[in-house]
Design a protein around this ligand. Sequence first.
Ligand SMILES: Nc1ncnc2c1ncn2[C@@H]1O[C@H](COP(=O)(O)OP(=O)(O)OP(=O)(O)O)[C@@H](O)[C@H]1O
Ligand SMILES: C[C@@](O)(CCOP(=O)(O)OP(=O)(O)O)CC(=O)O
Length: 398
Amino acid sequence: MPEDKALGFNMVTCSAPVNIAVIKYWGKRDEELILPINSSLSVTLHQDQLRTTTTVACSRSFEEDRIWLNGREEDITLPRLQSCLREVRRLARKRHSDGDPAGLSHKFHICSVNNFPTAAGLASSAAGYACLVYSLARVLGVEGELSVVARQGSGSACRSMYGGFVQWTMGQREDGKDSIAQQVAPETNWPELRVLVLVVSAERKLVGSTSGMQTSVETSSLLKHRAECVVPGRMEQMIRAVKKRDFATFAELTMKDSNQFHATCLDTYPPVFYLNDVSRRIINLVHRYNRHCGETRVAYSFDAGPNAVIFTLQEHTAEFFQVGGTFFPPETNGEQFLKGLPITGVTLSEELKEAIGMEPLVKGISYIISPKAGPGPCVMEDPPQHLLCPDGLPKKNV
Ligand SMILES: Nc1ncnc2c1ncn2[C@@H]1O[C@H](COP(=O)(O)OP(=O)(O)OP(=O)(O)O)[C@@H](O)[C@H]1O
Ligand SMILES: C[C@@](O)(CCOP(=O)(O)OP(=O)(O)O)CC(=O)O
């Protein structure tokens, strides 16, 4: 990218999405390169609701690489950040070996914000590292396969490098070059699919994914069985279901895989608990609702935290909102609860309420976010969106 004469350095701002795995990644065979013990598959969520925005500036006048995250300067020497910086610089050197190595002796100033809670089981590390790698690559003019680089920031980040439905193939090589993400189908393949993120708790979790899965690999025989005997078949079935828009199969596999992931957490020694009472109530609610409907209309999935991700189809969304609001009523403000989503006039039949047969739990769910599947990272062309000032330091309100 040519240097901006007015600024005296290159600056680019990009945004990247969160993804939710429906076949979960849990466990590494190489901690440093972040190579998984099984393949996984996810849905990229639309950036209108959940996104990371990152500005990268690159200048010869900067003395050192620096990063600000959500308004605070963070330690740039973090090994995962260093891996991403090193790998993008390496790709840039390769690309510019016969031409102009613009920017390669320069240092980076990086400023990033998430528009949702960080480290709360809402996949901030996935959107964060995907955005970082995409922005660094753009500022240095690097193209091509970048998911191998994002993977070295956080495993699940490699899937956020693409939109729609994305598989991360575990690969076999020791150097990780074949452990990459690929799009299985674009988001436009399944426009009726809807996602509801039921935020149960937006607090930092007790056991992070990285350490949780490390203990699982060391102690859980169920995890070994899952990786070797269960996931390969599920990946094939899930890819078929996504391509055919077969919701019943997609939903059943999604719920079973989430349940098996949490079973491996319980099989870990000492056990790791990510679900709480509200999560378990949501699981019961979904099964009772589906049973009453006589078909699988709704599925849940839980990552390393108590928040539920619900998958359903457009035609059932309004009713399930109402179900959520009835059994987990907000204390006062319905508007905040639904974060501005339209409150439809659906009323639930007494029969349905009876079939679910649960006591309402006030404030069990803090709020609901309702994204569709969405596209991958993109450059924000509008200069005022930069998070860094012309002097290369964060803007005051960031
Ligand atoms: N915008 C960002 N840019 C760079 N790094 C980020 C960004 N957002 C988050 N991170 C990194 O990811 C870490 C949080 O990852 P962690 O896995 O603990 O939580 P999570 O991704 O929100 O949850 P989960 O992966 O379980 O869904 C942060 O401490 C930070 O190091
Ligand atoms: C439960 C999960 O969300 C685990 C995500 O783990 P991370 O990608 O956060 O872990 P690291 O590779 O150590 O950074 C399942 C998934 O996203 O596939």
